[in-house]
Design a protein around this ligand. Structure first.
Ligand code: NDP
Ligand SMILES: CC(C)CCC[C@@H](C)[C@H]1CC[C@H]2C3=CC[C@H]4[C@H](C)C(=O)CC[C@]4(C)[C@H]3CC[C@]12C
Length: 304
């Protein structure tokens, strides 16, 4: 909670009248999601905006050969914008027996939404969900037969593609109940995630090269402030005016101007509906495991 305390202090310094509450939540643990949701429901009776920003890319491996091959190809701009063919990750199982990337980037958020539905789906009031997705989300990395990406090497891309599809499905099922979902891509931003791919000193050294690349691809937003452009832009929009099939990109021009641009997502309704059903099924399984685990704990506690 130390980082959260620091963020709260920073917010209160610039906005002294703001009210900032903190809450502990590990989206990678179903138990933690349920406990946090209980706490939210006890504290508040309405949610206006739910930003689903948490995400991980564990053990990233950069394919250096593919990078240099791409550098001299016609696909170079797309390569910088999407990292297509450049990155793989090694994923592990979490304590719920789920793939960690899937659990953190997608399922934990899904469970949170399901738990908070009473606060998000009020007919007389619009609520908004905003997912931090990625331009690295790719249809070919995702398989309906393996939604957790147990068998592949691109769990990050798969989980982000799944979040794009889930957002579409949520709009289809929940718009009539006042819930609207959107996805954004912050662009390439210098954060702990990118420092996991290459060390921070390397990024600092090549910063002038990246400013140069930004002239050709506005996706190199580079700072968290620039990357948050689309998150802020969406906050100002009327939900009915948004396109559920678009991903809203934070972009920064070569001269450093920030703007938001919608790009159509490569998703189909049927597949997003199938994913939604699969997630509802998985939710039942996970809830059952948790209640059995809690019952066991209680029984053991009574015996001791
Ligand atoms: N950096 C980039 O270039 C890009 C990032 N993104 C996405 O942006 C989002 C933010 O990532 P970014 O800031 O770059 O990366 P960081 O690694 O710097 O931050 C990740 C954030 O996610 C939170 N988080 C991670 N795991 C959990 C968890 N199990 N439970 C709760 N919170 C968790 C972290 O919280 P804490 O600090 O408490 O650990 C932290 O706030 C991610 O979804 C990422 O995929 C998308 C495109 C590009
Ligand atoms: C001269 C430098 C620019 C060389 C850097 C090479 C690579 C390490 C990076 C090139 C493109 C980068 C990425 C693109 C898309 C990001 C995506 C939107 C995301 O969600 C997470 C990070 C990215 C995959 C990012 C990672 C580093 C690169 C592959």
């Amino acid at each position: 909670m130390q980082r959260a305390e620091a963020a709260r202090s920073a917010l209160l310094t610039s906005l002294p009248d703001a009210h900032v509450d903190l809450l502990h939540l590990d989206v990678g643990s179903a138990q933690s999601v349920l406990a946090a949701a209980q706490e939210v429901k006890a504290r508040y009776n309405r949610i206006d905006f739910l930003y689903l920003n948490a995400g991980i890319m564990p053990n990233p491996q950069l394919n250096v050969k593919a990078f240099f091959k791409g550098l001299f190809s016609r696909n170079v701009i797309n390569m910088f914008a999407t990292a297509e063919g450049l990155l793989t990750q090694q994923d592990l199982l979490n304590s719920d027996g789920l793939q960690e990337v899937f659990a953190t980037n997608l399922f934990g958020h899904f469970l949170l939404i399901r738990e908070l539905e009473p606060l998000l789906c009020e007919a007389d009031h619009a609520s908004r969900i905003v997912w931090t997705s990625s331009s690295n989300a790719r249809r070919s990395a995702f398989s309906m037969e393996d939604i957790q990406h147990r068998n592949g090497t691109e769990p990050y891309s798969s989980s982000k593609y799944a979040s794009d599809m889930l957002s579409l499905a949520l709009n289809r099922h929940k718009n009539s109940q006042g819930l609207f979902s959107s996805v954004i891509c912050p662009g390439l931003v210098m954060t702990n995630l990118t420092y996991g791919i290459l060390p921070s000193f390397f990024w600092t050294i090549i910063m002038p090269i990246m400013w140069l690349i930004r002239i050709f691809t506005n996706t190199f937003t580079l700072t968290p402030y620039n990357g948050a452009e689309a998150l802020h832009w969406l906050f100002l929009q009327k939900p009915e005016s948004l396109d559920p099939r678009a991903k809203y990109h934070s972009l920064t021009s070569g001269l450093g101007t920030n703007y938001t641009q919608p790009h159509p997502m490569d998703i189909d309704e049927g597949m997003s509906e199938d994913l939604y059903s699969e997630l509802l099924e998985l939710e039942k399984v996970v809830r059952k495991i948790l209640s059995e685990r809690n019952a066991d704990k209680e029984a053991n506690g009574q015996r001791e």
